[in-house]
Ligand binder design. Sequence first.
Ligand code: GLN
Length: 203
Amino acid sequence: MSGSYPRIGVLGIQGDCAAHAAALAEAGAEAVDVRKAGDLEGLDGLILPGGESTTMLRFLDRHGLFDRLREFVSHKPVFGTCAGTILLAKEVRNPAQRSLGVLNATVERNAYGRQIDSSILTGPTALAGGPMEMVFIRAPRIVKIGEGVETLAMRDGFPVLVRQGNIVAATFHPELSPDRRVHRFFVEIVRRLRRENPATNGD
Ligand code: GLN
């Protein structure tokens, strides 16, 4: 039903899934915990939260989720934060590792230093409403973007929030700040796609 709340999965392996679920609720979507392939059934979109991307990859392999997830993100909206962005990128460095490979970008892991160098900054964004608080935790750096990728916020000259069609990726953690603009931006992409393709709802 296009009038109802969109149902958006949150990959529940590790990371702050509860914070993402709360942010989705505030942004007008229903959050669904995703831990196995069957949980993706009928979802309108998906969030890949932060965590440790190597651990997440191992979990995806162990639960036979990698291929199903790759299929899902090839045609449904997806929003990655931090390690989620690493999973989405076409190329991962420091070290190189496998990924879902849908985001036209090269990402360098742990590029801003170790845990103690994690930081909270406020910086400009192309999203309406003025500067945005950004929480970085052992963040990756988007060192290169390719065709079709739009930069919505930057730090030190590198993109930290990008959009490529129905893909949104942040190297920081918008779910940890009270500002809901990034989640609302993603939910709006999900809503628009549901309106345009009612036939694919719930596939
Ligand atoms: N350092 C993590 C990685 O490389 C990402 C950190 C995060 O998601 N907060 O996978």
